[in-house]
Write a new protein. Structure first.
Length: 92
């Protein structure tokens, strides 16, 4: 017989949300960094992390959406640079 409710009924829910929050922040940082360097790799990673964090129900939805937008912007900057220079790499 249990007289009190358990203190933490589902600890995996809190861990999952904390992981999703970390992924949202990581997608924002990688998307921002991808505007400067390695946008071919960091852009898609930022997009994937943002989508997974939104799917898992992050509390930081704003950062996840910013990471998603910055990941798409990374790929757009790369496409513009490729068209302008006719090469896969670009420099300032």
């Amino acid at each position: 017989m249990q007289l009190t409710a358990p203190a933490n009924p589902r600890p995996e829910t809190r861990t999952r949300t904390r992981d999703a929050d970390g992924m949202a922040v990581a997608s924002f940082i990688l998307g921002l960094l991808g505007l400067l360097v390695l946008n071919l790799f960091l852009g898609p990673i930022a997009i994937i992390l943002a989508l997974v964090s939104l799917w898992r129900g992050t509390v930081r939805k704003g950062r996840a959406y910013l990471g998603l937008a910055l990941g798409v912007a990374d790929l757009a900057v790369l496409a513009i640079a490729v068209e302008a220079s006719n090469t896969i790499s670009w420099s300032l």
